[in-house]
Design a binder for this molecule. Structure first.
Ligand SMILES: Cc1cc2nc3c(=O)[nH]c(=O)nc-3n(C[C@H](O)[C@H](O)[C@H](O)COP(=O)(O)OP(=O)(O)OC[C@H]3O[C@@H](n4cnc5c(N)ncnc54)[C@H](O)[C@@H]3O)c2cc1C
Length: 386
């Protein structure tokens, strides 16, 4: 069964998705044991969420991050427009209650503005015909207003964990053969009692990290065989707004990828017209293979064909983000049709020493996303403190 089928089946059976596992308390409860020192590999949504929860419970931890910034695939550009541009994660794909779930502290009031689409007014285009927002696949999805997922993390999660992030530590070896776990870069070693691995699964697929002993066979098999989509985004500013909320494209087979132009300025307090391009899997072609000069010509030509030359005549500037070329990401995320059991295996812990959190390491019951990454961290930490 694919994850897509599994999610659909859960919907038909009325099973709430994803499974809620919020920590009920910031304090240690009597049933939890002290796990000792925890090392978290990666400072994206999952790593930061895990750190935040450990901090709430007074557990010692350190985050080792390969790059020189936190946030991972929530990266945001603040120079391109007068509102933040989300280069990776953009939409909130579940109810707003997930903010409280991640913050896990009833004394904190989350003040992040989001807007749903107006199903009556907004529409999309597909091969020249008008389609509804629902047809495009957006139902409960919301846009952040003059903010991004990154800003949410920066405001609510980061303050209590940022001093524990050590940057530019590219982890190459995790040796969990002894009582203490040794985590190494090419020239430095860190030790811990438990490790939470949150690097993108493509990083494990590319064997950047050597596990000693090797991970269990079923996990190795899942890592090797999981399909990770390529991914890119582009943002183009125009002097006039000639496009609707969405412009959808037919990618065949459906499981091969997705491609969508969309109004990136939707709901923002701005007069700038910015069109976004979201592309994953085969939808990223040919964008990720073109040099920048040809890239913009290609995008303008395909938009001109749909909008009678209005794209070229009102082009101002553009911005491109190729996630395949990011050294610590190497792609977008696990594809929507991945086998549900394989995804579940990715999320399983190993020997009460290694825990996995991140959009790929889940219980298989939701798409790759920020909220999934954060929820997987909730799951990993609750397993770790058991
Ligand atoms: C184009 C695109 C569009 C998206 N749109 C949305 C959206 O609209 N809504 C949504 O909810 N989600 C969206 N997502 C998915 C979302 O961005 C991810 O699911 C989520 O951010 C993943 O968080 P993570 O913590 O699991 O991984 P990451 O954010 O990738 O964090 C992993 C961290 O590990 C670090 N790392 C890697 N290798 C090493 C190493 N060897 N040693 C140490 N550190 C290492 C990386 O530098 C990184 O900081 C999108 C993703 C892409 C690519």
């Amino acid at each position: 069964m694919t994850r897509k089928e599994f999610i659909k089946m859960c919907g038909l059976l009325g099973i709430g998705l994803p499974l809620q596992s919020t920590f009920s308390s910031c304090k240690k409860d009597s049933t939890s044991s002290d796990p000792g020192k925890v090392l978290i590999i990666g400072a994206g949504a999952a790593g930061l969420s895990a750190a935040y929860l450990l901090n709430q419970r007074g557990i010692e931890f350190q985050i080792l991050e390969a790059s020189d910034v936190y946030g991972g695939r929530m990266r945001t550009n603040t120079d391109f427009a007068n509102f933040p541009i989300p280069l990776g994660a953009e939409w909130l794909h579940v109810e707003r209650g997930v903010f409280d779930e991640i913050v896990n502290d009833s004394s904190v009031q989350v003040e992040v503005e989001t807007t749903p689409y107006d199903m009556e007014v907004d529409y999309g285009l597909f091969e020249g015909a008008q389609i509804s927002v629902e047809d495009v696949g957006f139902t409960i999805d919301q846009k952040f207003i003059n903010a991004t997922w990154f800003d949410f993390f920066e405001q609510y999660i980061l303050p209590s964990v940022k001093d524990k992030i050590t940057y530019e530590k590219v982890i190459e070896t995790i040796d969990y053969s002894g009582e203490q776990i040794a985590v190494s870069t090419n020239d430095e070693q860190f030790t811990a009692d438990r490790v939470i691995v949150t690097v993108p699964v493509k990083i494990l697929q590319n064997e950047v990290i050597n596990f000693i002993p090797a991970l269990p066979e079923d996990k190795v098999d899942a890592i090797k065989n999981v399909t990770v989509w390529d991914g890119c985004k582009a943002f183009i500013e125009f002097s006039e707004k000639f496009y609707p909320t969405f412009v959808a494209f037919d990618i065949q087979p459906e499981s091969a990828g997705q491609k969508l132009y969309y109004d990136a300025a939707y709901g923002q307090n701005t007069s700038q017209n910015v069109l976004g391009l979201f592309a994953v899997g085969s939808g990223t072609l040919p964008y990720v293979t073109l040099p920048d000069t040809e890239l913009i010509d290609y995008m303008l030509t395909e938009l001109d064909e749909i909008f009678d030359g209005k794209a070229s005549s009102s082009y101002v500037k553009h911005l491109f983000q190729n996630w395949n070329a990011e050294p610590f990401t190497n792609g977008a995320y696990v594809y929507d049709n991945e086998n549900w059991r394989r995804v579940r295996t990715l999320g399983e812990s190993v020997g009460a020493k290694l825990y996995f959190a991140g959009d790929a390491y889940t219980t298989g019951d939701d798409w790759s996303s920020v909220h999934t990454a954060a929820r997987s961290a909730i799951r990993a930490v609750s397993e770790l403190v058991k």
